[in-house]
Design a protein around this ligand. Structure first.
Ligand SMILES: [Zn+2]
Length: 303
């Protein structure tokens, strides 16, 4: 199994997700917070989107965490929009995306307004990130595993510049704000990843017995009801569903509430599936992307 020689801890990929911003700023000022946790690897810190941080906004011109597909990185002319330029710069420093990347592991710290707890998003079945994340679901009572399989080359996320990555999504926290309890829990979690990377490099993490984990695998994103041909959304998340991330939603359950007070029920999937587990319910940043929630399928695995 390959060693983890280089790690990047990133905050501020979205400028208004302030937990990651402040963890990274704090660690930059006080390297003793992190520099003894994984001495077998070189650990770098990065504030991914300084311009958006300054504005306390998600992004300035374009979502940075949707700018890392190989197609975006490869465009021939230097892009005008700030985030596309920044993505290319980050890829030059920490990539290049692909087999020759200089980063083995990227931990990207995000916040969500949804009731997601400590959500560990894995985009590949990487042995280290699976094993470490499984351990963390045992150590943190509110940690969850969301598996979002992606073609690494075409994935637009910053983490995919590295060989392996975990996107850490912590909530509920209103964007643009901080929350002391969430800050402390998140910092502890990121430190544990570094310690587990050290354990991995010593060959010890691999020897831990497999643990049962609940895995929430991406099925599809669901938009808000809209009139045919476009227009403003026609309903809100149903009050019975709000805040119930990772809970089973069955055919016939209440899904949306119209502005006239009518309930819209979940009708099941086109393939006949009658149960899903929604996450990112009512995420504020996804209104512009027309995503009301992401639907996942729950499974129990041994990692
Ligand atoms: Zn984010």
């Amino acid at each position: 199994m390959s060693l983890i020689n280089t790690i990047v801890v990133a905050g501020g990929t979205h400028g208004n997700e302030r937990t990651g911003v402040r963890i990274v700023q704090k660690w930059m000022e006080h390297p003793e917070c992190y520099n003894t946790l994984c001495t077998s690897a070189k650990v770098d810190l990065v504030l991914s989107n300084p311009e958006a941080m300054r504005l306390n906004r998600r992004y300035r011109d374009h979502d940075l965490n949707r700018a890392f597909s190989q197609t975006c990185l490869d465009v021939a002319v230097e892009p005008q929009q700030y985030e596309f330029r920044r993505a290319r710069e980050l890829n030059r420093i920490y990539g290049p995306k692909g087999p020759d990347t200089r980063t083995d592991l990227l931990l990207d710290i995000h916040n969500t307004g949804a009731n997601m707890g400590l959500c560990l998003i894995l985009s590949t079945r990487d042995p280290f990130t699976m094993k470490a994340s499984a351990v963390l679901t045992q150590e943190f009572k509110n940690a969850w595993i969301y598996y979002q399989p992606e073609e690494r080359c075409e994935s637009p996320y910053f983490g995919t510049v590295a060989r392996a990555d975990v996107c850490i999504e912590i909530g509920p926290q209103p964007h643009g704000t901080l929350n002391a309890a969430i800050f402390e829990e998140s910092e502890k979690l990121v430190k544990r990843y570094l310690e587990l990377a050290e354990e991995w490099n010593r060959g010890e993490l691999q020897k831990r017995p497999a643990v049962k984990v609940e895995v929430y695998t991406q099925l599809r994103d669901m938009g808000y009801p809209k009139p045919q041909g476009g227009g403003p959304i026609q309903a809100m998340i149903h009050p019975d569903l709000l805040g119930r991330d990772y809970c089973e939603l069955k055919k016939g359950d209440k899904l949306f509430r119209t502005f006239d007070g009518a309930d819209i029920l979940y009708e099941g999937e086109a393939d006949g599936r009658e149960s899903v587990w929604p996450i990112f319910i009512n995420e504020p940043a996804y209104y512009e992307k027309d995503i009301a929630m992401s639907l996942t399928v729950k499974s129990v695995e041994e990692w």
